[in-house]
Write a protein that binds this ligand. Structure first.
Ligand code: HEM
Ligand code: FES
Length: 772
């Protein structure tokens, strides 16, 4: 079949997907190898995120998944979605090309990234050691030294192609060092890697296929030779040497085929990704001078800025899975045997998950939730090495060449393929006479120390000035926050909140101003008599002109604008997100009603504005006037298709949940639960954990995980997914019975009761003893 032509034309539907549904014109037009997807994959799939988030692409022969929740759900479910096709050729090659590959004995097979369970997790855990933060930290001095040497070569020149002269070679050198492979001819390896990418994720023409097959065949042979050399003396520190040593203990887990395939795939995984990600990041940051200047002035912002660039423009934009059963994704039936292209970069631009999704926000505090490293059991093992490299590159470049700029009008070109993305060249220029090191040579010795791992949350906060304070009601203080330099603030959507960090407290407050106003954020803070002091501090100590540290905006209480009717229910200070929703619904011309309960009118915040803007749609229930909000009557009287959004005291939300138990899909409530624990404190039991090696005994409360408790006590246990999928938080259990809740350990391992995943599993009894 000619893959460049649509399957049919002349009607709105170009064919039928394997589940029997007609293929829309947009879906039929989707081309993964040229046109808009190659220019900007996230933008090219905006229509899909909005209208058709799971579609069948006849040209590609894949189902394409573009929304955040759906992409994550596919990654999360390794039982239904196999990674076996992750390294398969997306474009089948000609017999002539295959013959060339056979001549080279090419046998790329299962590695980690394309291995199914349970073999995968057993292998991953056996090989995790080299990726632990303490192990990765050993590579830091080399990355730093190389970066300085490479920058030394061009710093006095005034112009450079960063890709050619730095961004490929350093990650490749680091990758070889990490793997334990002796340094080779860099240009040859770069050519091999590109060939591997084209072979696996591209659409080479028949002539290109022959050339690519030659290079891939040679790459395979090269990988085999290196492996043999290493086998002769596997004493070094590299990951491959470690794997060769582990093979002796578990030959059925670390097979010969694995080692050979991983040698080749590992070289690519470990360097091309990082080179491309850094080029993408520099491009984004240099296009946004304010962000660039901010990281030049304050390098502690670099880790989060790098992460935000990975979100906006990661170097792996899409990945693949195979449906092992008939399954639903985002409500679409996908037949067993279907192939899926899950587009992480589209997910990363999904406004249902990220506020203000298309803009660079180096202060975004949930940017690490991006999916550029995949997610779940296969999530990138090398992500912390990649992060380390990106941070050091950015730090050295911002310190030594803060005045660097992109060479204007350069044409950026990319390798046409479904997945790997980064410009071939990136030219920058500067005036060498202004290099700061000429005035201040001491600057050369400076360095910021970034801990290995995800960005430290403490560093991620924007500083906002309290522009105005005004009482909103009895015991409720309104705050207007602005950027001290008058810059625009991030966009947000109704239901969003910010975290305010002040006086040693961190508290969440819903935004209640106008989302269209880019200069101001408004919150209203009730003084909580029974609270832990955060709100009292804001009432008593915060003054106009003060600078507050603020994280967010984030939105866990998103308004679905697609419904026809809405019932908005607020109790007390719960009115804050609700008023923003009401404003929005009014603007959209929707049918809505607000039901607002409080102690007494003078204590009910934002009344004046509500009455002015929402008059007849507002129903008030001040308790002192004898007006009680009868939840059951309200729900019964509401139209059957009304979506209910509610924020208020637990009692009120619980009553709503009870009343609407038969139809929970229509109820949306604001939960300010502890972030990322998935715990329901009302049903969990607290327990004690004894740490044998540290001589500590800690209490794990019902609303905290074991992992959180260990981290709070300064015990470094690595972790990634936080929900029992990736295996990185395994701890050894010496005594006590474990309530296993992970998806990592097999039945026999669970029965052994000698290990557990600290992020999700708990003790069955009162106490557990760990070897920590
Ligand atoms: C897997 C991205 C750097 C080693 C993956 C996956 C992605 C990815 C998308 C598949 C995840 C999944 O299926 O859920 C990236 C990006 C990088 C990067 C964007 C740079 C910015 C690295 C580096 C190394 C590495 C530097 C090695 C030193 C691996 C390995 C896996 C993997 C071993 C397989 C893990 C498994 O299947 O259990 N990476 N990667 N990656 N990556 Fe990376
Ligand atoms: Fe992933 Fe615990 S299993 S962090």
């Amino acid at each position: 079949m000619d893959r460049s032509a649509p399957a049919a034309s002349g009607c709105p539907f170009h064919g039928v997907a394997p589940n029997g549904c007609p293929v829309s014109a947009d879906a039929a037009g989707f081309d993964a190898f040229s046109g808009p997807y190659q220019l900007d994959p996230a933008e090219a799939l905006r229509w899909s995120r909005e209208r058709e988030p799971v579609f069948f692409s006849p040209r590609l022969g894949y189902w394409v998944v573009t929304r955040y929740e759906d992409v994550k759900a596919v990654f999360r479910n390794a039982a239904a979605f196999s990674p076996a096709i992750a390294l398969e050729k997306v474009t089948p090659t000609s017999e002539a090309a295959n013959a060339i590959l056979r001549r080279y004995d090419y046998g790329m097979n299962r590695t980690l990234v394309n291995e199914d369970e349970p073999a995968h997790m057993e292998r991953r855990r056996a090989l995790l050691h080299s990726f632990l933060p303490a192990e990765l930290a050993h590579h830091e001095p080399m990355v730093r030294r190389l970066t300085r040497e490479y920058v030394d070569r061009f710093v006095g020149r005034g112009e450079v192609d960063l890709v050619d002269e730095m961004l490929w070679e350093i990650p490749l050198t680091v990758a070889l060092h990490f793997l334990g492979v002796p340094e080779e001819d860099m240009d040859t390896l770069r050519a091999y890697s590109i060939a591997h990418t084209v072979n696996t994720w591209g659409r080479p023409s028949p002539e290109e296929q022959l050339k690519v097959a030659e290079a891939v065949g040679k790459f395979w042979q090269y990988a085999g030779r290196v492996l043999e050399k290493m086998r002769a003396n596997p004493a070094g520190h590299g990951w491959m040497e470690y794997a060769i040593r582990r093979q002796k203990e578990m030959p059925e887990v670390i097979t010969d085929s694995y080692l050979h395939s991983m040698m080749m795939a590992g070289i690519v995984a470990a360097h091309e990704t990082t080179a491309n990600a850094t080029a993408n990041a520099l491009l984004i940051l240099l296009r946004d001078r304010e962000a660039w200047d901010a990281i030049c002035a304050d390098p502690s912002l670099i880790p989060n800025a790098a992460e935000e660039c990975l979100r906006l423009s990661g170097s792996i934009v899409a990945w693949r899975r195979l449906a092992l059963e008939d399954v639903q994704v985002g409500g679409v039936a996908i037949p067993k045997g279907s192939k899926l292209l899950i587009v992480m970069t589209s997910a990363n631009h999904d406004g249902r998950h990220f506020e203000n999704p298309d803009e660079l926000d180096i202060y975004r505090d949930n940017t690490t939730e991006h999916l550029s490293f995949g997610y779940g059991s296969h999530q990138c093992m090398g992500k912390n090495l990649a992060r380390m490299e990106m941070r050091i590159f950015l730090e050295e470049l911002t310190r030594r060449l803060p005045h660097m700029e992109l060479v204007p009008d350069q044409v950026l070109d990319y390798l046409p393929n479904t997945s790997f993305r980064g410009p071939h060249h990136l030219r920058v220029r500067w005036d060498p006479s202004l290099n700061p090191e000429r005035r201040d040579p001491a600057l050369l010795d400076r360095r910021a120390d970034f801990a290995v791992g995800a960005p430290a949350r403490e560093a991620v906060a924007r500083h906002l000035r309290v522009a105005a304070l005004r009482p909103e009601a009895e015991g409720v203080l309104g705050l207007v926050l602005e950027d001290p330099r008058g810059r625009d603030l991030p966009r947000w959507t109704p239901g969003a909140h910010i975290d305010v960090v002040v006086g040693g407290y961190e508290r969440k407050y819903s935004l209640c101003g106008d989302p269209e106003d880019r200069r101001r954020l408004r919150i209203a803070v009730r003084r909580e008599a029974m609270g832990r002091g955060g709100s009292a501090h804001i009432h008593d100590a915060v003054r106009e002109g003060d600078i507050l540290r603020v994280r967010g905006p984030k939105n866990h209480f998103r308004l679905d604008e697609g419904a026809a009717r809405y019932l908005l229910v607020a109790g007390g200070i719960g009115i804050t997100p609700v008023i923003a929703m009401a404003d929005r619904l009014k603007r959209l011309g929707k049918d809505y009603a607000i039901h607002y309960a409080g102690r007494a009118r003078p204590a009910m915040a934002l009344l004046e504005r509500l009455e002015r803007d929402h008059g007849a749609r507002l129903h008030l229930y001040p308790a002192d006037e004898g007006r009680r909000l009868d939840i059951q009557a309200l729900v019964v009287a509401a139209p059957g298709d009304a979506q209910v959004y509610a924020c208020g005291p637990d009692r009120m939300l619980a009553a709503l949940e009870r009343t609407m138990a038969a139809d929970p899909g229509r109820l949306h409530v604001e939960h300010f639960a502890a972030a990322g624990t998935h715990l329901e404190p009302s049903v969990e039991l607290p327990f004690e954990v004894e740490l044998r090696d540290s001589g500590l005994t800690l209490q794990v409360p019902a609303d905290r995980t074991l992992l959180q408790t260990l981290h709070a006590a300064g015990i470094d246990v690595p972790s990634d997914c936080g929900e029992g999928l990736c295996g990185s938080c395994e701890v050894q259990v010496l005594a006590g019975e474990v309530d296993h809740r992970d998806k990592v350990l097999g039945a026999a391992e669970r029965a052994g009761q000698d290990r557990m995943m600290a992020c999700c599993s708990r003790a069955c009894g009162r106490k557990i003893v760990l070897a920590l």
